[in-house]
Design a protein. Sequence first.
Length: 259
Amino acid sequence: MNYTILKPQQFGRVGLLTLSRPASLNALNSVFFSELIDYLDYILTDEPFDVLVITGEGKAFAAGADISEMVGLDPNGARRFSERGQQTFLMLEDLPIPVIAAINGYALGGGCELCMACDIRLASFNAIFGQPEVNLGLVPGYAGTQRLSRLIGLGGALKWILSGLNMDAREAYRIGLVQDLSEPEKLIEDALTLARRIATRGLKAVRTAKMLLRKGIDMNFQKALDMEKEHFAELFNDEGIEGMKAFLEKRKPSWENNK
Ligand code: CAA
């Protein structure tokens, strides 16, 4: 598939995906979703790299779902529209590899929901976050009502979603929505550095850890502990033994990705 909005790049074992429709502040339209689904399928099938970074070109990460597409929908169309976005972001969240959002500017509405479906959020100091849907007489429709409360707690999510106010990057960092802040010109470098660090760790361990955290949060606690125990044990047939031996022998583990 030839992409018109997505610009994929690869740097060794790290992928960088840039949303590039800057004249519309990377508003998420149906072409974007078709391209993203195609790209996620490619990652699942070919496993071309071990960590993905997502960013936006211009002054936005993404300024939300494309309002000019939404305005023509009736309730049935809107239900399908919401479902497509929800399912695509679930597919992104469920990727076996870690995904880092490098948020360069506006991350509003669907754009904030996109970064919340990523595993780690790094933002530049000039990023702006918010779920402004109530200003349009709407509610978030790409899982914002569910992911924001899981990330920052119910009280904070209620405050931001009910008010439709925007927050700056420092506030997003203070409340734990983003994990780190960078100077705008260093954001991509910082995100790629973190991605490269992750890509040199025990890769089976990294994928297992992501899965345990992601699945466990919605599970019964004891069941989640049982799941952790089983996966902890599994790594003792594998790269865990090599990692521990390497530590004791004061050398680097000889994992394929670490040579
Ligand atoms: N959908 C469609 N087009 C959008 C857009 C969006 N979400 N956001 C920005 N654009 C377009 C503008 O219409 C404008 O296009 P034209 O030049 O053709 O007029 C272009 O991008 C530049 O935008 P502005 O001129 O508005 O730029 P600004 O710097 O003055 O303002 C902004 C920036 C504050 C982000 C403002 O664009 C804005 O408020 N955008 C809408 C944000 C929003 O409400 N997002 C939520 C959408 S609803 C949603 O996402 C629902 C869901 O959960 C599924």
